[in-house]
Structure formats: C-alpha cells, structure tokens
Write a protein that binds this ligand. Sequence first.
Ligand code: RP5
Length: 160
Amino acid sequence: MKSKLVGIIMGSKSDWSDTMKHCSDTLKEFGVKHEVRVISAHRTPKRLHKFIKDAEKNKIEVIIAAAGMSAHLAGVTASLTTLPVLGVPTESKLKGLDSLLSTVQMPSGIPVGTLAIGKAGAINAALFAISILSLRHKKIEIKLKKYRRNFEKKVPKKPF
Ligand code: RP5
C-alpha cells in the first residue's frame, strides 16, 4: 500500500507513548501507512484546518483523533470534513471520563465513532479504520480476516 490512508492526530505529545503509539503500531502490523501529528482543537486550530484540507487532497480515507480532558478534537474534525472520524478519549485526572463524554456526546448531524478510553480505544480505532479500509482494499481485507481467524489462539485457556 503506497499512499497514506489514515491520519492520526492527537491533542498533545502526552497522548502518544501510553496511548496513540499503540494505534500507530497496530496500523503498522497491517502495513497501513499513516500520518501522525500533534494537533489540538484548542491550542492549534489553524494546524487542524490545514491538516484536514491536506488530508482530503491527499486522499486520506479515515481520520483518528485522540484527545483528553475537554476533548473536542474529534468533534471539531468531524465538523470540518465528511471523511469518517474515529475518536479516542485519552486518560486524564478524571480517568478519561471527561474525555469520553466530550468525545462521544456529539449533537445529531455530525457523527464521531467513539472508541474506549486509552490504550484499548487506540488499538480498536486502528482496527476499526482497518475494517473501513477493507471495504475498498482487498489486501487489507485479507489481512484482517487472517488476524481474526488467529485471534482466539492468542487468548490463554487458563489464567495461570
Ligand atoms: C488535551 O489535553 C490533550 O489531548 C491531552 O490529553 C490533554 C493534556 O495535554 P498536555 O497538558 O499534557 O499537553 O488537549
């Protein structure tokens, strides 16, 4: 897969190592090329507008937006594009509940597909993006089906 199909954006550098790195690593496992940028709806709104313009021009197919606290990044991104936007609420002083509610509670008309808080949500955002991409990209579909076939084997039968 030559071109970048997914754009990962996050509100802060602090969202990377414990959370969004897992999203990027999951996309890498499937060979899905992607952009990674620190962009905040509040701190860098001009950067967000430019990123979306470029994403549309460069035929990015899914945007994953992660943010914590008053997490408006995914919602504002979704308001500026018709590309599918997946939201990852990152952990915070309130254990990510603030981030979850501000990402998930979108008013009707502008949807954000919100995943779980933190690492699980970051990995699932990548897998959800892969699932969307698999509709148009046969090689990705084949890899996703293989991953699912092998998934059960990774779960131990005993807890010890
Ligand atoms: C949000 O504020 C970011 O997404 C991050 O989760 C949170 C805290 O950011 P820093 O103060 O660590 O830069 O915008």
